[in-house]
Design a protein around this ligand. Structure first.
Ligand code: GLY
Ligand code: MN
Ligand code: MN
Length: 457
């Protein structure tokens, strides 16, 4: 991808405007650092999402400052210096020149200049927008600068009067995706669809979970993804009922379902898609019924995604539909009205609260997670879920998942034998539009006939 500085400049302009609306100050954003995997080997570098969002720079050991003072906006970058020797070993660096010429910083320095420049930048700022707790060394550095400024009061120096979390500005902005971001999400969705087709095609009896994973990630990478946006789940048989299972080395067997939760990351934006398919290519009667109950609930949930709807409201509708399905399947006792009423009450309890923990399990025995989360650069993307004490209304430009599931434990003796050890999840990525929503991942088969057709070998 050729680098386009314009989207990052537009995002900075919006952040500057919001900082000004909130009294100005200096927003300080460190890049991600390199992390040792073992010995002298580093993990594959992945830039901090906030840092990439505002700068477009994908190098470690860097720092961005957005200074919003009365009548002045300045974007400063601190980067690694150019170094011929190091670049031969470890790759190119943008350097101070590139930071201004390419990344459009108003001024650029090396990281070695930070010690001198940071007190200058923070002196007299209304607010320091910096997220404490992300990195102990950075926290220490900031405390050092604030303490030094405080000690120079007689020389007219003054540390920022307030410390605020930049997430309040940045993450609310990231929650509303701009057209260039939606284009990247579409690309991630497209290559993710290819990965799921590959899984259905490849996931026949005798294959192992890691082999299916390899097919999926090959499809991602071949299309330009950096790789998966989160750990790929390929879960055969009863592994499908373990929510955070990763692709292991179990063999896929006829008669089992295989649950695949996989999304490719493109330009730092990820898709998040789950499909469940029959290893033999044909669902059994019982699997088909469980699948159809999950699919019906997902259809209800997707139809509810529109401006003004809430994630809590969508979850409540999903729970209702799943509960009706569970009663129909004999997994929950009737009458359906009573179970739906119980579910309605249960869904209102705060997750993890003592009331919720001590309440009868009801539908949660088979559906123990929530229906939606924000999606973007992070698979569980940033942005508040609750505003003013209530689930926030959806707005055009938000992207969320819709991912109902039904999981029957293999030792659930109350369940029909044919359903034990069967987990179904169906997950798509929804862009909220002016009138409703667009399913970005609609190309991945999910109707039973389409899934079985994609499993044709
Ligand atoms: N793949 C993570 C999730 O579905 O939330
Ligand atoms: Mn998800
Ligand atoms: Mn997922």
């Amino acid at each position: 991808m050729t680098f386009d500085p314009i989207p990052h400049a537009e995002r900075r302009a919006a952040v500057f405007a919001e900082l000004e609306r909130r009294g100005g100050g200096v927003l300080l954003l460190p890049s991600a650092g390199e992390k040792l995997r073992n010995s002298t080997n580093e993990h594959l570098f992945r830039q901090d999402s906030d840092f990439h969002y505002l700068t477009g720079l994908d190098e470690p050991d860097s720092c961005a400052l957005l200074s919003a003072r009365p009548g002045e906006r300045r974007f400063l970058l601190f980067v690694r210096p150019r170094d011929k020797e190091k670049e031969i070993w470890n790759g190119r660096r943008v350097g101070v020149e590139g930071a201004t010429a390419l990344l459009k910083a108003d001024a650029a320095f090396t990281m070695a200049d930070l010690e001198a420049e940071l007190p200058r930048a923070l002196d007299g700022a209304a607010t320091l927008w910096y997220r404490l707790g992300g990195d102990a060394a950075w926290d220490q550095r900031i405390i050092g600068v604030l303490t030094a400024l405080r000690g120079q009061g007689r020389a007219g120096k003054r540390p920022p009067a307030a410390l605020a979390d930049p997430g309040a500005v940045l993450h609310e902005q990231r929650l509303l995706k701009r057209p260039d971001e939606i284009a990247l999400l579409r690309k991630a969705a497209d290559l993710t669809a290819e990965g799921h087709f590959a899984a259905m095609r490849d996931g026949s009896a005798g294959r192992r979970e890691f082999q299916v994973q390899a097919e999926i990630e090959y499809a991602f990478r071949r299309r330009g993804a950096a790789g998966p946006g989160y750990g790929t789940i390929v879960a055969a048989g009863a592994n499908s009922t373990i929510l955070h299972y990763r692709a292991g080395d179990d063999e896929l067997r006829d008669g089992q379902v295989c649950l695949v939760d996989a999304g490719g990351e493109y330009g730092l934006y990820t898709a998040d898609v789950t499909r469940t398919f029959p290893v033999s290519g044909k669902f059994s009667g019982a699997q088909r019924d469980l699948y159809q109950a999950c699919l019906a609930a997902q259809a209800v949930a997707i139809a509810a995604v529109k401006p003004g709807a809430t994630i809590d409201g969508i979850h409540a509708l999903t729970v209702r539909a799943l509960t009706e399905g569970l009663v129909g399947l004999g997994l929950l006792p009737g009458p359906v009205e009573a179970r739906v009423a119980e579910g309605d009450a249960l869904v209102k309890l705060t997750p993890g609260s003592p009331e919720e923990k001590s309440a009868p399990k009801g539908y949660r025995k088979y559906y123990m997670h929530r229906t939606s989360h924000w999606l973007g650069m992070d698979v569980h993307d940033v942005g508040e879920y609750v505003v003013g004490g209530a689930s926030r209304p959806l707005m055009p430009g938000m992207v969320l998942t819709v991912e109902p599931g039904l999981y029957v434990a293999e030792d659930d003796e109350t369940a029909p034998a044919a359903l034990r050890g069967v987990g179904i999840r169906i997950e798509d990525d929804l862009l909220v539009t002016a009138t409703g929503s667009e399913n970005l991942t609609a190309a991945v088969p999910k109707e039973i006939a389409d899934v079985e057709a994609a499993c044709t070998r």
